[in-house]
Design a protein around this ligand. Structure first.
Ligand code: S3P
Length: 432
């Protein structure tokens, strides 16, 4: 991959990953048909789809259109084999909440990355609800074995030590099968797609501040859902448009739910030329078109309550920070260590390989922007180690657009997890 002269055009990014996962899950445990338009055909969401097919749910799938024949809260069949969650933390953690309420046993397992990711964060609250969930290797990671409990699940109030939508959603989904109300309080509000969508499917979910409450045993009914474009995928093009010379991009149909859109506030506070156009509401989610142009950027401090709203975008924000004047300091983001790779280490290692001056911190990183003081050439081409992490691959593919010399990625295909069309879209707007 090489430097570009300009980026110009109009693009659409694929459907939101979080909403696509939830659409399959909630549709499967609802009565009747759920239809998803704009479904993300990424490997993670296909893992979720296959898990429910293995539990007897009839799902037809053509391009971005999915039809799920839901069988209700108690309609899943016992899977005949281990459910394969692939690389997907969202599949593993959310499905565990549903499986804990079933009358059959199940085992979940996935790739090497998933077998190293922390599952104690869901095992602890699920066990407080009475669930029988064990880590097969006794290391609090997958494979996870979930067995039925005769007495059923108990409603609880859980004070989550971590702001995680996967943890919150797991507990709320288990709450559908409990004997009483279940409440989760987070230290900081995480993405709220589960609360918004479950309410649409007919669940009694209420939210107040950082607390969400669900009542058990509703009758969920199938829905038609328009999945908006994923802001986490749009993020690569927001930054590309801002850091590349002579750029002018329109990114259409992006989900700008405030619990997800922290990158927009950060880009604006760093001086990005970014406009939000045509704000509308689609299936209960805020959606906009984003117009971004080449920008004069300066560093900023990113910490506190905004972190969960941009946690997946920090690798690409670091690329933007490397092109900005001055330092960018990211704190309160130690969750980065337990993503698909340790993203504090993998971002810093690769930025350094490209010649950027930066440092890892215990809870984030410091990027010394424009450290190569050579016009727009803030990066040198390098061999990027992706660690099979899709967000690392895409972030450094964008960095290469401003780099002197050639950049190679060791596993470019790992973008298939969330954005199979990434390189095609990038090529369509790049002028060499
Ligand atoms: C997600 C929640 C976030 C995010 C992940 C998707 C979700 O994870 O990083 O990509 O769909 O609920 P955490 O809950 O671990 O913060």
């Amino acid at each position: 991959m090489k430097k570009v002269n300009s980026l110009k055009g109009k693009i659409k990014v694929p459907g939101d990953k979080s909403i696509s996962h939830r659409g399959i899950m909630f549709g499967s445990i609802s009565e009747g048909i759920t239809e998803l338009d704009g479904f993300l055909n990424g490997a993670d969401c296909i893992s979720t789809m296959n898990c429910f097919k293995h539990m007897g749910i009839n799902i037809s799938h053509e391009n971005e259109h999915v039809i799920i024949h839901g069988k209700g809260l108690h309609g899943l069949n016992a899977p005949l084999e281990t459910l394969d969650v692939g690389n997907s933390g969202t599949t593993t953690r959310l499905i565990s909440g549903i499986l804990s309420g079933q009358t059959f046993s199940s085992t979940l397992n996935g790739d090497a990355s998933i077998q190293a990711r922390p599952m104690k964060r869901i095992m602890t609250p699920l066990r407080l609800m009475g669930a029988d969930i064990v880590s097969e290797k006794n290391n609090d990671c997958a494979p996870l074995l979930i067995s039925p409990v005769k007495q059923g699940l108990k409603g609880i109030h859980y004070d989550s030590p971590v702001a995680s939508a996967q943890v919150k959603s797991c507990i709320l989904l288990a709450g559908l099968y409990a004997d009483d109300k279940t409440t989760v309080t987070e230290p900081v509000l995480s993405r709220n797609h589960t609360e918004l969508m479950l309410r649409g499917f007919g669940a009694d979910v209420t939210s107040k501040g950082t607390t969400a409450t669900i009542a058990p045993n509703p009758s969920l009914s199938g829905q038609k859902i328009f999945v908006p474009g994923d802001i986490s995928s749009a993020a690569y093009f927001i930054v590309a448009g801002a850091i590349c010379q002579h750029s002018d991009l329109l990114i259409e149909n992006v989900n700008t739910n405030p619990t997800r859109a922290g990158i927009i506030s950060v880009a604006l506070s760093m001086g990005a030329s970014l406009e939000l156009l045509n704000k509308r509401n689609v299936s209960g989610e805020e959606v906009c078109d984003l117009h971004v142009k080449t920008s004069d950027l300066h560093g900023c401090e990113i910490k506190g309550d905004i972190i969960p709203t941009l946690i997946d975008e920090i690798p690409i924000i670091c690329v933007m920070a490397a092109c900005a004047k001055g330092d960018t300091i990211i704190s309160d983001a130690s969750e980065l260590k337990v993503k698909e790779s340790n993203r504090i280490d993998t971002v810093i290692e690769n930025l350094k390989a490209m010649g950027v001056s930066c440092e890892a911190k215990e809870d984030g990183m410091i990027i010394h922007g424009q450290s190569n003081e050579k016009g727009h050439d803030f990066f040198y081409g390098a061999q990027i180690k992706t660690y099979m992490d899709h967000r690392i691959a895409m972030s450094f593919a964008i960095a290469s657009l401003c780099a002197t010399g050639e950049t190679t990625l060791d596993h470019p295909e790992c973008v298939d997890i969330s954005y199979p069309e990434f390189y095609k879209t990038l090529t369509s707007i790049s002028n060499k």
